[in-house]
Design a binder for this molecule. Structure first.
Ligand SMILES: [Zn+2]
Length: 491
């Protein structure tokens, strides 16, 4: 006995057609017209779409960063993701400075024991030495095929060009992919103190400390080095015209280079959001910064013409109004160091958030919520408003993420033998985006008030029902680690 989705419209990266889909156990068993109903649980999907579960390849759950820890973890963050149609994500393990890659991995494994949806890991390398160089190929045994390097965050995560190029050569030799945060961190480190010294401390000056030129320059550098090393490169969170131009030049030259943008960069702007009155702009502080309306248009074009392959979120949410409760007192009394334990004693207690940077934009924790919102807002602005086709939507949010990161065809598509990660999507359901309808653990939503039409009403992962309307059916520990394959597609 399986579950038979009848009379729905299937959307994959390549087609949109009326058909039935049968799942048995954890996998997709059969796709075709008029499949027999006998012995199956039948789901009537008349007027509904069937899509593969979304994959967000860029998240930071439970991440210590900027003097605090991101709010959503491998429990609440997972539920929120699934309510928004995302059933698999890839999080960034961070190598502790001075530690090994295995040290980082052990930390992330401990964070993941509560998993409710499927997940994988990238490895962020912060400290490349001979031991780490030798350790890189062993990541393939752990199902990790992608290495992240930061060209920004001087004196924290930033690597130099020698490290970047040498990592690219190792990755190329082992069928791995290098991901870069492309901003020139040396220039940012020169601009920021000058702005602060001039009294320019409000959130909007964060954008002036990281102008599009430093993203374009770093993107160009990474693209050219990847071409020389013949190393597959994936530029994360691309935001602006100079960066897109650098990527296009590399692709035109035949380099194995790809890029993603995150949904927020398609919607938010400095003028409208970052420069909001008072401290409001802090909600929208992330790096690279949100840009201009012209950049948004360029991103939509790049999603359409194939310059960009993936839409992700860089989900990393912090309270706007955080830091309540006697944290110091609790630490002294209990010896505890874990924010989650602290917050459990009283749900009104919060770890520090954006307010850490009131009076100094450079101290605002970088990041925002988005994991639940991604497919909802991109469907509305992309498909409903005619910017991208439903097939391209599936390609950008489900299929390409799986292909680039070595999970296809297990994930990212609806095909016989694939995992039964299925969204039953109601294209007519309307909702207002915002804190009131969100499941993320955050006191603001960057799309607050936006009207959307179309969202998943039932969400399945490997045949298990996770979401049914507003009900949650998932369980801690049911999310599975997905080992990924090397030599993945270069799109
Ligand atoms: Zn990130």
């Amino acid at each position: 006995m399986g579950i038979l989705f009848k009379n729905g419209t299937l959307i994959t990266a390549t087609e949109m057609k009326a058909t039935d889909v049968l799942i048995a156990g954890e996998t997709i068993e059969q796709i075709g017209e008029n499949l027999p109903t006998a012995n199956h649980e039948v789901q009537d999907c008349t007027g509904l779409y069937l899509m593969p579960g979304g994959i967000d390849v860029h998240t930071h759950l439970d991440l210590p960063f900027g003097g605090t820890i991101s709010n959503d973890d491998f429990d609440i963050g997972h539920k929120a993701a699934a309510f928004g149609g995302t059933t698999t994500h890839i999080d960034f393990v961070v190598q502790p400075i001075g530690g090994s890659l295995q040290d980082g991995l052990a930390t992330w494994r401990a964070k993941s024991t509560t998993a409710q949806i499927d997940y994988g890991y990238h490895m962020a390398i912060t400290d490349l030495n001979d031991a780490v160089r030798a350790e890189i190929p062993t990541l393939l045994d752990e199902g990790i095929t992608s290495l992240k390097l930061f060209m920004a965050y001087k004196n924290v995560f930033q690597i130099d060009d020698a490290t970047l190029f040498s990592t690219m050569r190792i990755a190329a030799d082992h069928g791995m992919l290098v991901m870069v945060h492309a901003e020139n961190g040396d220039v940012e480190a020169a601009l920021t103190p000058a702005l602060l010294a001039a009294g320019k401390t409000a959130p909007k000056f964060h954008a002036d400390s990281r102008p599009p030129e430093i993203e374009g320059e770093a993107t160009n550098r990474a693209v050219v080095l990847a071409g020389l090393a013949q190393c597959p490169l994936y530029v994360v969170h691309m935001t602006c015209i100079p960066a897109l131009e650098a990527l296009r030049r590399g692709r035109d030259a035949g380099y194995p280079v790809m890029g993603e943008t995150c949904c927020q960069y398609c919607f938010l702007s400095v003028d409208e959001h970052l420069a909001a009155p008072g401290f409001e702009g802090a909600k929208y502080v992330c790096s690279p910064p949100i840009r201009s309306a012209a950049d948004q248009e360029a991103l939509w074009n790049a999603l359409n013409d194939g310059t960009l392959q993936v839409v992700s979120t860089d989900h990393c949410d912090f309270w706007y109004d955080g830091g309540h409760g006697p944290w110091q007192e609790w630490q002294e009394k209990t010896g505890g160091t874990n924010w989650a334990d602290y917050e459990k004693q009283d749900p009104s207690y919060r770890r520090p958030g954006k307010e850490l940077g009131s009076g100094d934009f450079s101290k605002i924790p970088n990041g925002m919520p988005g994991l639940e919102d991604r497919m909802l807002v991109m469907w509305e602005a992309g498909v409903n408003q005619g910017r991208i086709s439903p097939q391209r939507f599936v390609e950008l949010h489900c299929t390409n993420p799986a292909r680039v990161f070595g999970m296809h065809p297990q994930k990212g598509t609806i095909a016989v033998g694939s995992d039964a990660d299925i969204l039953v999507w109601d294209p007519n359901l309307e909702m207002t985006m915002g804190v009131a309808t969100s499941h993320m653990r955050c006191d603001y939503n960057v799309y607050e008030g936006m009207q959307i039409r179309g969202k998943p009403i039932r969400v399945y992962q490997r045949g298990n029902l996770l979401v049914d309307g507003e009900e949650w059916h998932g369980r801690n520990g049911n999310g599975r680690y997905i080992p990924r394959k090397a030599n993945a597609a270069i799109l």
